[in-house]
Design a protein around this ligand. Structure first.
Ligand code: ZN
Length: 271
């Protein structure tokens, strides 16, 4: 009964939690902001970020009628995938699948930085010159499509239970919103949380305009991968209040409209 409810409503469940958290973090940013971003641009760029979100949602609905959830259901029931080689308690199977997927998406993020053509697609995300929850939805549609294909291959390789994929997608979306949010959680909470998960202060370093800072903190949900693979950088050199966010070659705010962001994969020869 419960399983049937989840199967029939998984897409609605994902969308509802995503939009609720987006709204909640947006409200919290107004009440307890971590940093002050003055100017009208703070709001204008959020409209640009939300426009990209809208395009991404429409595109993914049109192109990908088959949800990852359904694919995982098929693969898991047939017994395919590495995780099905061993018999594990169901709860452990779910946890391991989520951790493995988080590692795979960490590696995907590094690939988006290291390979020229992938970087051209990913840089739309990094051209945001300020940093708040809507930065977490600022992705070029190509990145959404490529990431979806990558996750489909990962589902076939790993063979997670469908519920693991649903939980993972919810957690990944929540992490994307939380780690970009401009909420003050306090130093103590930040220090405690970043032992296990990525915090906004940790991820903001990745949005610095300084190359070695951008080339750090690739993690999405768990902070352990950056520490394990030595891509962890605790704080930005200039401090959070003074660090510059964005890319040096894209600092002219009036040019950074949706049109330019969509053209970035073919427009830029600078990297
Ligand atoms: Zn990045």
């Amino acid at each position: 009964m419960f399983e049937l409810f989840i199967t029939e409503n998984q897409s609605m469940l994902r969308m509802t939690t995503f939009l609720s958290l987006l709204g909640l973090l947006f409200i919290l940013e107004q009440i307890i902001p971590r940093l002050q971003f003055p100017g009208l641009w703070f709001y204008k760029r959020q409209l640009i970020n939300l426009s990209l979100l809208l395009i991404d949602i429409v595109l993914i609905r049109l192109l990908m009628p088959l949800a990852l959830f359904d694919l995982a259901n098929q693969i898991h029931q047939q017994g395919y995938g590495l995780i099905n080689l061993v018999t594990l308690p169901f709860w452990l199977n779910i946890i391991i699948s989520i951790v493995v997927f988080d590692l795979l998406i960490y590696l995907q993020h590094i690939a988006f930085h290291k390979y020229k053509y992938l970087w051209r697609i990913h840089q739309a995300h990094h051209t945001d010159t300020q940093f708040n929850v809507t930065t977490g939805v600022r992705f070029h549609p190509f990145e959404i499509v490529l990431s979806f294909i990558y996750k489909m291959l990962a589902v076939v390789l790993v063979g997670p239970a469908a519920i693991s994929i649903l939980l993972y997608e919810i957690l990944l979306n929540a992490a994307a919103l939380f780690t970009h949010s401009n909420i003050a959680i306090g130093k103590a909470a930040d220090n405690f949380l970043r032992r296990i998960i990525v915090t906004p202060d940790m991820h903001r370093v990745h949005h610095s305009n300084i190359k070695n800072e951008t080339d750090s903190n690739y993690g999405n949900i768990l902070s352990i991968w950056d520490k394990l693979f030595h891509t962890y950088l605790a704080q930005p050199e200039a401090g959070h209040e003074h660090m510059r966010i964005g890319l040096d070659e894209f600092q002219e705010e009036e040019k950074l409209n949706v049109n330019l962001l969509l053209k970035l994969p073919i427009y830029s020869n600078k990297q």
